[in-house]
Design a protein around this ligand. Structure first.
Ligand code: UD1
Ligand code: PEP
Length: 434
């Protein structure tokens, strides 16, 4: 188990380029299973979750040609379905969450798919009903072995249908889209997730020959085709990393330019940071965050305390709420952070309270933060990263804090952030991997 040792406070300056998006990479890499032709993907983040998925596909028989740390071609001409019954498959597939999205392509192309209990963040119940409900609507049979926690879907044939998803699940929508593109007939998916990475998946599938309309909305119409071909695809910058850098700059009074951030794909994220009082300028494709001595959280128009809450896209992504929470600890004013979508993602606030932050955890979903307006710095502390985004929030806290901090279990951070200590040290941070 590796750790980060951080000597704070660190005031940083300079430019940083965000990595390619983790959650888009997981979708589009799974989509390469839909064709026997070569798919080339660029701007792949070189991170643990994505590398584990690429290795998993390799074990399944996909020809992998890693052209560089950030680009790779995939050719799924011969997929070894027997491997999906092996213990090695169960071990690898359950090491991350995104691998669940191999199911849609396998069902569509081979009429069967298997999956163990998926991994990913332990942030509360993470049900998969939406995935299997969608597959069943297309005509598949679903079986669940509760003793082994093993999911099986199979179908003699699938048929396009109207599907009203019970919730706008991101990976669930991706799975159903990927099954539907090779399913005869017209599939309509209503209450579809429509975040930029789902849009990117649809754009890539269209380039491979799929027929999808309604991209960007929650109503997708897919006209199934017989087969798909190869294509080239470039992954968007990671919006969660962009948001993490905006929050880090404000909290540490740093002056940072996030290069090539593609702000048009960030939705409501910049507005939410502006409501926290954080200044930023969109300069073409870059985001410039000036060094700010303080930032004041807005109130609502009626003067009541601001709430920052998550919601399915185009609402605010749940993956950034930990960052908003930590940034609020040094703001002027108070905010209620309401994490609606996950049940156990706010418990890391205990660690911030140990560092001196003024936070009341109201219940598992809500925390009230009373900002210090930089009048009292947080204190360095020894802590353990519970999940990927709490890990980054703790890293931001440590960078702003007085004294030495140690963060254990940084494998959680490595799941989603590429060479983070090296890139932040180039901006003037003091982070050591020990
Ligand atoms: C690999 C990957 O891409 N992971 C992302 C994906 O996970 P994932 O696809 O697993 O998450 P889902 O979209 O299925 O659901 C996330 C949580 O929100 C709840 N929910 C969802 C939709 C809804 O309309 N109402 C509702 O309450 C679900 O019950 C669940 O607790 O999307 C999540 C939500 O953006 C992100 O946090 C994850 O980083
Ligand atoms: C929750 C996340 O990831 P995963 O779904 O892979 O656990 C995340 O990226 O914040």
């Amino acid at each position: 188990m590796n750790s980060f040792e951080i000597s704070g406070p660190c005031r940083m300056a300079g430019s940083i380029v965000p990595q390619g998006a983790k959650n888009e990479a997981l979708q589009v890499i799974c989509a390469t299973l839909l064709t026997s032709e070569t798919v080339f993907i660029d701007n792949i983040p070189d991170i643990l979750d994505v590398n584990n998925l690429i290795q998993l596909l390799g074990e399944m028989g996909v020809e992998i040609d890693r052209k560089s740390p950030n680009s790779c071609s995939f050719k799924a001409a011969n997929v070894n379905l027997e491997y999906l019954q092996s213990t090695d498959f169960r071990k690898r597939a359950s090491s991350l969450r995104g691998s669940i999205m191999i199911m849609g392509p396998l069902l569509a192309r081979y009429g069967k798919a298997y999956f163990p209990k998926p991994g990913g963040d332990k942030i509360g119940r993470r049900r998969m009903d939406t995935h299997f409900y969608g597959f069943e609507k297309l005509g598949a049979t679903f079986e669940f072995n509760p003793n082994e926690i093993f999911y099986t879907v199979h179908a003699e044939s699938l048929k396009g249908r109207y599907i009203l998803l019970d919730e706008a699940s991101v990976t669930g929508t991706a799975n159903v889209i990927m099954a539907a593109v090779l399913t005869p007939g017209v599939t309509t998916i209503y209450n579809a997730a429509c975040e930029p990475y789902i849009q990117q998946l649809c754009i890539m599938l269209t380039r491979m020959g799929a027929s999808i309309s309604g991209i960007g909305s929650n109503l997708l119409t897919i006209d199934g085709v017989k087969e798909l071909g190869g294509c080239n695809h470039r992954i968007l910058p990671d919006m969660i990393e962009v948001g993490s850098f905006i929050g880090m700059a404000a909290m540490t009074k740093s002056e940072i330019t996030i290069k090539d951030a593609e702000p048009e794909h960030l939705g409501i994220i910049p507005l939410a940071f502006k409501r926290m009082g954080i200044q930023m300028e969109i300069r073409g494709n870059d985001i410039y965050i000036p060094s700010q001595d303080n930032y004041t959280i807005e109130t609502f128009i009626d003067g009541s305390i601001m709430t920052i809450a998550d919601a399915p896209w185009p609402g605010l992504t749940p993956d950034l709420l930990s960052v908003f929470l930590v940034v609020a600890t040094q703001a002027k004013g108070s905010v209620l952070i309401h994490q609606k979508m996950f049940e156990s993602r706010l418990f890391f606030v205990d660690k911030l309270i140990d560092m001196g932050a003024s936070i009341i955890l109201c219940d598992p979903h809500r925390a009230t933060v009373i900002g210090h307006n930089h009048e009292n710095l947080l204190r360095g502390s020894v802590m353990t990263s519970p999940d990927i985004r709490a890990g980054v929030a703790l890293l931001i806290a440590a960078l702003s804090a007085q004294g030495k901090s140690v963060i254990h279990n940084i494998e959680q951070i490595d799941r989603g952030y590429q060479n983070i200590e090296k890139r932040l040290n180039q901006l003037g941070a003091s982070i050591r991997r020990v």
